[in-house]
Design a protein. Sequence first.
Length: 133
Amino acid sequence: MKRRLLSLILVGVSLGALSGCGVARRTKAAVLSYRQVLKPGMTRKDVEDYFRANNVRFSQGCCAVASDGGTLDDYVDIGTQHVHFPLPCGETRYQVAFIFNKQTQHLPARLQRSDDLDTLQSIINYHWVDDCF
């Protein structure tokens, strides 16, 4: 009985991991694709104009990586995965994050804003679990 239960748990964990592999692979492929076109040092305006010209939906948010603040990151959604094993969590969201450096000092650093003159620092894959516990 214990072996059967352990086997079921292991199968569930494996299937959950495998279903996320597709989204994770798509995220890595998207990062590589964006890195071929969008280079560090480009302005936020140029990056966001590229998104608009190619009908890429994006959002802005904070803190894909630790920074001193002052500007927002851009995010492109790639997909989600619902995880049941080993913990009953919500969805794992997979995104490509575009990290910018603040170039102007119109506002205090504690007030995060986006500015067309911010420059692209890096492009990374980013994922987080929503609604776990």
